[in-house]
Write a protein that binds this ligand. Structure first.
Ligand SMILES: NC(=O)c1ccc[n+]([C@@H]2O[C@H](COP(=O)([O-])OP(=O)(O)OC[C@H]3O[C@@H](n4cnc5c(N)ncnc54)[C@H](OP(=O)(O)O)[C@@H]3O)[C@@H](O)[C@H]2O)c1
Ligand SMILES: *[C@@H]1O[C@H](CO)[C@@H](O)[C@H](O)[C@@H]1NC(C)=O
Ligand SMILES: *[C@@H]1O[C@H](CO)[C@@H](O)[C@H](O)[C@H]1NC(C)=O
Ligand SMILES: *[C@@H]1O[C@H](CO)[C@@H](O)[C@H](O)[C@H]1NC(C)=O
Length: 239
């Protein structure tokens, strides 16, 4: 994670890149034609730019999107740059447990490897709302949906890493907003209560959950060929 000063100034970190670096700069010269990646929410925003640049570096990109119309448009944007780019779209609504399971079934049925999972999709500051599963919307979409998705794909990722000898990567988009959450951090006892709900704090809570989960999963994956990384999104620099 980059510190707030570096985030704002764009000052490069130890890698030589910072928040002012573009995806094209960071991946310059990389031939990733042996890699397959899933990007959630890859039909718009930071996710689309991520999908576009990975495809530019020859990654086989699978966009998970709830809106298939915008996903088709995103695919066209990528194919417009290179008609041979490998891009597939699959329906994925992260706020539905059912949809996450169906997405994974559909992906597994493709018999593709999986090297990279980018947990990017997110909703921000929405009014109190419960999902079909009865869970508060921001926590369900930003954290729980990705939690389930990651767990369901983990065996596939381990298998790919083993077979190809290439380390896997799981990337979650968190936010500096993780510091602005409820007093108790995560409201484990009343995640789904409308009482005391704050759209901002619920967003911060979901982004804090992303980080906590990244840290724990990363601890559990020690010694396995998959790395966890967390990032703070920064739309201003996405281009
Ligand atoms: N923008 C920033 O400055 C910033 C800062 C910090 C962190 N972040 C994080 O970066 C990530 C991407 O943000 P962004 O700025 O690119 O946001 P965005 O432009 O709103 O894009 C979010 C993407 O997530 C998708 N999405 C939302 N709910 C979904 C669901 N239930 N199932 C599947 N997909 C869903 C959206 O699909 P639709 O097109 O259908 O809505 C959209 O493609 C988020 O996790 C966000 O928290 C962003
Ligand atoms: C990424 O995705 C999900 C949950 O958000 C988890 O399965 C992982 O542990 C992970 N970490 C983060 C950053 O949440
Ligand atoms: C892709 O994999 C093949 C087979 O393992 C290997 O020969 C080739 O060098 C790899 N390409 C790149 C760019 O890493
Ligand atoms: C277009 O994409 C394909 C598949 O990733 C790749 O093999 C080819 O080199 C790309 N062409 C250019 C000009 O980048």
């Amino acid at each position: 994670m980059v510190g707030i000063i570096s985030l704002v100034t764009g000052r490069p970190g130890p890698s030589g890149f910072g928040s002012a670096s573009t995806a094209e700069q960071v991946t310059q010269g990389i031939d990733a034609s042996n890699l397959t990646a899933i990007i959630t929410g890859g039909a718009s925003g930071i996710g689309l730019e991520t999908a576009r640049v990975l495809a530019l570096r020859k990654v086989h990109v699978i966009i998970g999107a709830r809106n298939m119309e915008s996903a088709k448009e995103a695919k066209q944007v990528i194919l417009h740059e290179n008609e041979s780019a490998r891009v597939d779209i699959l329906k994925l609504d992260l706020c539905s447990i059912n949809s996450v399971r169906t997405f994974v079934d559909n992906f597994i049925a493709l018999s593709l490897p999986l090297n990279i999972l980018i947990n990017n999709a997110g909703v921000m500051f929405c009014p109190f709302q419960k999902t079909e599963d009865g869970i508060e919307m921001q926590f369900a979409t930003n954290h729980l949906g990705h939690f389930l998705l990651t767990n369901l794909l983990l065996d596939k990722m381990k298998q790919t890493a083993k077979e190809t000898g290439i380390e896997g990567r799981i990337i979650n988009l968190s936010s500096i907003a993780h510091v602005y959450t409820y007093e108790e951090g995560i409201r484990f006892d009343n995640i789904n209560e409308e009482d005391g709900y704050s759209d901002k704090k619920a967003y911060g809570q979901s982004k804090l959950a992303n980080i906590l989960h990244a840290k724990e999963l990363s601890r559990r994956l020690q010694g396995s060929p998959i790395f966890m990384q967390e990032f703070e999104g920064n739309k201003a620099r996405a281009g």
